[in-house]
Design a protein around this ligand. Sequence first.
Ligand SMILES: NC(=O)c1ccc[n+]([C@@H]2O[C@H](COP(=O)([O-])OP(=O)(O)OC[C@H]3O[C@@H](n4cnc5c(N)ncnc54)[C@H](O)[C@@H]3O)[C@@H](O)[C@H]2O)c1
Length: 171
Amino acid sequence: MRVLVTGGAGYIGSHTLVELLRQGHEVACVDNYSNGAPEALRRVGELVPEGGLEAHEADIRDTEALDRIFDIFRPQAVIHFAGLKAVGESVEKPVEYYDVNVTGTLSLLRAMDRAGCGRIIFSSSATVYGEPVFLPYTEEHPLAPTSVYGHTKRMAEQILTDWAVARTEAR
Ligand SMILES: NC(=O)c1ccc[n+]([C@@H]2O[C@H](COP(=O)([O-])OP(=O)(O)OC[C@H]3O[C@@H](n4cnc5c(N)ncnc54)[C@H](O)[C@@H]3O)[C@@H](O)[C@H]2O)c1
């Protein structure tokens, strides 16, 4: 399968690239290197030399850049890691966090719609559940984020849910 990984130069994304390439998938990465580095992609290439990773430097909020990448790579699925992730920083920089995590997700979905790509895995966060009300801290918890970061992830989850419903009903 052709899989586009956003935030592939980051911590989780780079490990995911290795696993996807080892499993024989065609993989492309889009990252603006704000918290990742091309060096991580070079190391992915060293670990899976037969992989042939396609790397694109772009910001996910730049839908036109995403359109070009979708035209070139034609992904069948997207794994969406690109985002800002520090709880404390999110309280200090709410506009930046909403812009990258929410606007960025909307921009990605627009590009997916234009390209007819309907499969996405989203890297959300346990922060969407807020304070634990029972243990273990399972996905049965009520959605009650307590930070800007948690709110951005909760919003992105809702957007993805509504997008998936609309796509299913359109079929
Ligand atoms: N690390 C964790 O424990 C954890 C836990 C739960 C959820 N998550 C989520 O998983 C995802 C990946 O986490 P991580 O720890 O690998 O983070 P990370 O910061 O290492 O990786 C994120 C990558 O996204 C890129 N990025 C950021 N903004 C971008 C933009 N506007 N356009 C393009 N690329 C952009 C960064 O350069 C970076 O390479 C994040 O969305 C995070 O919220 C992480």
